[in-house]
Design a protein around this ligand. Structure first.
Ligand SMILES: *Cc1c(COP(=O)(O)O)cnc(C)c1O
Length: 384
């Protein structure tokens, strides 16, 4: 179907932070399949875990339980402080569908009917998650939606507070808006959202589908803030390239669903769960949270040091950054970077997303920032 347009490259294989296209050209992968390939490509721990699991038991359905999904749920619960309950999915949007169904059930039980989400926020492409997505160009063609969703400007704590009252079922927020261009909110925004939900009894849902599992230098981005959500969704980096997502609900919210309320045939399948355990174990054993913080600083400082008319600055945290451009140059810069051997993503017309594997070396980050001035030169529109 034509929904993706024509891709610029056909990739054939990868190793570490490098990938090769079908013509044998090598690239440094600074986008990691949209913040997914957290251990890079063909990481031995991932290969071993997936290979062993597929050779042992590849699928059970939810009619039966298996060890990898139980271990993964317990591992996530451990990383999150102990009172979480986990539902495993195959993707990000499904993790949000689970959160949404929890919130709808919670709202019905408490006479709460509407949702608050943010302008330019992104929560997925399935109909429930899409109804929460605040980007008109992807949301509106498929409306109207069954849910009453009120959108507030992202980062404005007063607007958020004013939008949440005792009829609000849930507030959903990204800790930093990913698809909007790696846009962090002002300090204290997340805590203000937590406070608005505490004051009114609305559920606070954090969409950490892009930010979780080390991307910002913490296991979860909310851990940088002084506020824990009631419900948390994650996906992208969790499986290191295998499809898996999770919805975690804390305390009493973990038992909102009763038997029969939700399900998934493939969700939490043994191979993806084994992959996720390998990702978490490797991040832990190799100190990749600290590494992502360190290399992220090197990357950001290197971008900030470039003085070029096309470049306005850099934002983000850890290995989740955007080079902000002075105009709608991102598609040209993305193409020039590719020609120079670097894969990055024109996430917005004026923002270039950089979300490499968490194993990116300092030398890899410097290779990109050293090449950046020439890339920007190559992307500069020619006067005619
Ligand atoms: C990618 C993303 C989603 C959707 O995940 P899919 O796996 O593509 O369905 C939802 N929310 C956020 C914040 C995302 O970055």
């Amino acid at each position: 179907m034509p929904n993706y347009g024509v891709p610029p490259l056909a990739l054939a294989r990868g190793e570490g932070c490098r990938v090769w296209d079908e013509d044998g050209r090598e690239y440094l992968d600074l986008i990691a399949g949209i913040a997914v390939s957290s251990l890079g490509h063909a990481h031995p721990a991932l290969v071993e875990a997936v290979t062993a699991q597929v050779a042992t038991l590849a699928h059970t359905s939810n009619l039966f339980v298996h060890e990898p999904e139980v271990r993964l749920a317990e591992r996530l619960r451990g990383l999150l402080g102990g009172d979480g309950r986990v539902f495993l999915t195959n993707s990000g949007t499904e993790a949000n569908e689970c959160a949404l169904k929890l919130a709808i059930k919670y709202g019905k039980a408490n006479g709460r009917s509407y949702f608050v989400a943010t302008e330019n926020g992104f929560h997925g492409r399935s109909m429930g998650a899409l109804s929460l997505t605040g980007k008109a160009s992807i949301r509106e063609p498929f409306g109207p939606y069954a849910l009453d969703v009120r959108f507030v400007p992202y980062g404005d704590a007063d607007a958020l507070k004013a939008a949440v009252d005792g009829d609000c079922a849930a507030v959903i927020l990204e800790p930093t808006q990913g698809e909007a261009g790696v846009v962090p909110p002002p300090d204290g925004y997340f805590a203000a959202a937590r406070a608005a939900c505490d004051a009114t009894g609305a559920l606070f849902i954090a969409d950490e589908i892009q930010s979780a599992i080390g991307r910002t230098g913490a296991w979860f981005a909310f851990q940088h803030e002084n506020a824990r959500p009631d419900v948390l969704t994650l996906a992208k980096g969790l499986g290191g390239g295998l499809p898996i997502g999770a919805c975690v609900a804390f305390g009493e919210h973990g038992v909102i669903f009763a038997k029969g309320d939700h399900g998934s045939t493939f969700g939490g399948n043994p191979v993806s769960a084994a992959a996720a355990l390998a990702v978490i174990d490797t991040i832990d054993a190799d100190g990749l949270l600290g590494h992502a913080t360190e290399v992220g600083e090197i990357l950001a400082a290197g971008i900030a040091a470039v003085d070029h008319p096309l470049l306005a600055g850099v934002r983000g945290r850890g290995l989740w950054r955007a080079a902000v451009l002075t105009g709608p140059h991102a598609p040209a810069v993305e193409a020039a970077a590719r020609a120079a051997g670097f894969l990055v993503n024109a996430v917005q017309p004026d923002a270039l997303r950089i979300a490499p594997p968490l194993i990116l070396s300092a030398a890899g980050a410097r290779a990109f920032t050293t090449a950046l001035p020439a890339i920007l030169d190559a992307a500069t529109p020619q006067e005619s």
